[in-house]
Design a protein around this ligand. Structure first.
Ligand code: DGJ
Length: 711
């Protein structure tokens, strides 16, 4: 066995795999250079901690699966037992498969076993060419009798210089709220027990050097790619180790491995950067964009009719909306909730996936034809995992619920979850979705919603969240296999199902049900930590937000929605001619900038005034960029300081000017800086280090700046 060095981009992972136990992680972080065997041995020796008084006689080994038998007294990587026995392991290294092709991800498979405990472990690691690390553990029961698995979690060490933690929390309409604190002794454990990813899920758990920001600091982060119950944690021990980890949260009895059976953990994504949070996003965004299944076509500007009509489905009204949408430049029309049998409000109908004959006497085809006849794509809302007790499906198959025997889980939005682990329920849902797509000409998009937490989610008397999550993945995979041209949006009461496992089988997420542009600035900024703009649905809502009652100018709403998969969620049939013209101008601006917005590098500005936010997207070749400067509130300081525009080529000269085709934002009288009328030409270095003064914007106004190279 050997000491392994995986190197990609500017990231190194060094593993002491000399055995006899599981490999020790010597280093995960910045590149340590081209080390020969002796260099790796010296590095390994240099990182072995001393033995101190009142401790084990040998230094503890922190492996990718920390074990008490190796002297680890922090959170163990594995918890489980075989009827009270085999509860502690001492895995022995059996072999390594290492593959480091120049043009593909480096890959290591670690094979280990503990014959006494009757368990075999496989650890798969990949380091892609951008430096993104993924880890997955597989545990196989090689013993006699069932092994009950309680937890299996990959863990990575982080050096002591990381002293601060940042993660995200949230709720409905306020997803992805950052929280930050010093990293002290103990475990910071983010558990999601929602049976879905959750509004409060931390997309990334970040540890970093003091004061790290968007553009500076050394940072390490993990993401647990699982859409069911899960945990992501950071642990700092008084013994000196700091770790990040994440995996699935398993209920008692949920995973019982029979002899020969195995369990795979979700993928744990891990990323390091010495360029702050933007550096992390860079690696993640470019990894996602390189996936074969990443959406390649221009992301169609979308009209979703939910906030325009809610459940009030009327063919003529919807046709009029489609006509107006086409005039404005919309490219996709999505018919939201309310089209199926009995669905006149949110108390009934879920499960009965047949077009409501009362509301749609001629079916959906006339609307679909009208929409597609205008050159727009047609999308349809579904919520396949759910059932209303007031539905034919429920009346016929009350036993198809995800529930414990004898009682229903507490109702949530008047609905219950179907047990998709039951083949008959699964087959019914698949057949209905398949039929909807096959029987209609022209449905090319599904908005796939999921609107409740899974509570007491029983499957044949046993815990069912794991099986349900796997069944949803299977269902999506199977449907996509049958209808490869159909795109799918992951929606879950807004942004409660945003993770990289669901995104492996969907084409965008709905970030939040809150279309208030001020709230959305934050929701999008932090969702964008993980996801590139083209995967995040961003819609222009009505003047008065339906969820906060705030009133915003169209310019502020549109400037916020510009930086994503752009759309509209507003009754545009009832807007004035002036609003229509302005909206069309914003849609046109988005389309003009779309190739940049959906392929460029996202930058967020660390401005000292918390009421001034700026973010942008810079083209890969650095010839072009677009930035938004948003004023969130008033400031104590009259002129809060120049706004730096980072990310450009320091040596090139750029022309900076306000976006021409859309109205200027409202500013305090006579407050326009002198350069704004004509634009200004500066080097990328000057723009990053000095920046530009911006007008004194009124609160809740945004200025869009277009930047083009003149060299
Ligand atoms: C919740 C979603 O987040 C909304 O966008 C909308 O589709 C409703 N469900 C429909 O019931």
């Amino acid at each position: 066995m050997t000491i392994l060095h995986l190197r990609r981009a500017r990231t190194s992972l060094v593993l002491d795999a000399r055995g006899p136990g599981l490999p020790r992680v010597v280093h995960w972080g910045g590149d340590v250079g081209d080390l020969d065997d002796e260099g790796l041995r010296q590095l390994t020796d240099a990182t072995v901690p001393p033995v101190v008084p009142s401790s084990f006689d040998e230094p503890a080994v922190l492996s990718l699966l920390p074990e008490p038998s190796a002297g680890w007294s922090g959170r163990p990587g594995l918890a489980g037992h075989r009827d009270g026995r085999d509860w502690s392991t001492a895995f022995r290294l059996d072999g390594l498969d290492v593959d480091q092709p120049a043009d593909a991800p480096a890959r290591v498979v670690v094979r280990a076993s503990d014959p006494a405990a009757g368990l075999a472990l496989t650890i798969e690691l990949t380091l892609d060419r951008r430096g993104l690390l993924t880890i997955r553990h597989r545990l196989r029961n090689d013993g006699d009798g069932a092994y009950e698995l309680r937890e299996l979690t990959p863990v990575l060490p982080v050096p002591a210089v990381a002293t601060e933690l940042l993660d995200l929390t949230g709720r409905w309409c306020r997803e992805r709220s950052p929280q930050r604190h010093p990293w002290q002794h103990g475990a910071w454990v983010r558990e999601g027990r929602h049976g879905r990813t959750g509004h409060d899920a931390t997309l990334l758990l970040v540890a970093g050097t003091p004061g790290f920001g968007f553009g500076h600091g050394e940072v390490w982060a993990v993401h647990t790619a699982w859409s069911g119950d899960h945990v992501t944690f950071a642990e700092r021990r008084p013994t000196g180790e700091s770790t990040l980890g994440g995996g699935e949260l398993l209920a008692p009895g949920e995973i019982r491995l029979g002899p020969g059976e195995s369990y795979d953990t979700p993928l744990l994504y891990a990323v390091w950067s010495d360029a702050g949070l933007d550096g992390l996003s860079d690696v993640l965004h470019s990894h996602l964009r390189a996936r074969p299944g990443h959406p390649r076509s221009p992301r169609p500007v979308t009209l979703n009719v939910w906030e325009a009509v809610y459940f009030d489905h009327d063919l003529d009204r919807l046709r009029a909306l489609a006509d107006r949408a086409a005039q404005i430049g919309v490219e996709r029309f999505v018919l939201d909730d309310g089209w199926f049998r009995g669905r006149r409000d949110d108390t009934a109908g879920l499960g009965d996936w047949y077009v409501d004959e009362g509301v749609w006497p001629d079916g959906l085809q006339p609307l679909i034809d009208h929409v597609t006849g205008q050159g727009l794509q047609f999308g349809l809302w579904v919520e396949p995992e759910m059932v209303n007790p007031d539905s034919d499906l429920f009346r016929a198959h009350r036993d198809w619920l995800l529930a414990v025997p004898g009682r229903l889980p507490p109702a949530w939005r008047n609905q219950q979850a179907l047990d998709l682990g039951r083949p008959e329920a699964y087959d019914y849902v698949l057949e209905r979705l398949d039929a909807l797509l096959s029987d209609h000409r022209g449905i090319s998009y599904l908005k796939w919603d999921q609107n409740r937490d899974l509570t007491e989610a029983g499957h044949h008397g046993r815990p069912g969240v794991h099986g349900q999550t796997a069944a949803v993945y299977r269902l999506l995979d199977e449907l996509r296999g049958r209808h490869p041209g159909v795109e799918i949006e992951s929606c879950s009461s807004g942004g409660a199902r945003v993770d990289l496992a669901i995104l492996a089988r969907t084409d965008r997420v709905w970030a939040s049900d809150c279309n208030d542009a001020l709230e959305r600035l934050a929701i999008q900024r932090w969702t964008g930590l993980l996801l590139p703009p083209e995967l995040i649905g961003t819609h222009i809502g009505p003047e008065r937000s339906h969820t906060t009652h705030r009133v915003h100018d169209l310019g502020f709403r549109a400037a916020t929605a510009l930086f994503g998969h752009h759309g509209i969620e507003w009754d545009i049939a009832s807007i004035s001619a002036a609003e229509q013209a302005e909206l069309a101008a914003w849609v046109a601006l988005h389309k003009r900038l779309r190739p940049l917005l959906h392929a460029g590098r996202v930058v967020r500005v660390d401005h000292p005034d918390p009421a001034v936010w700026a973010h942008g997207v810079v083209a890969g070749d650095k010839t072009q960029a677009v930035y938004a400067v948003a004023r969130l509130a008033t400031s104590v300081t009259q002129v809060p300081g120049a706004v730096r525009l980072p990310g450009l080529d320091p040596d090139r000269r750029y022309r900076v000017r306000p976006a021409a085709d859309v109205p200027a934002p409202a500013t305090i009288d006579r407050s326009t800086p002198i350069w704004l009328a004509t634009g200004v030409t500066l080097t990328g270095a000057a723009l990053a280090r000095v920046g530009v003064q911006v007008p004194a914007l009124h609160p809740e106004q945004s200025l869009i700046l277009e930047v083009d190279t003149v060299d």
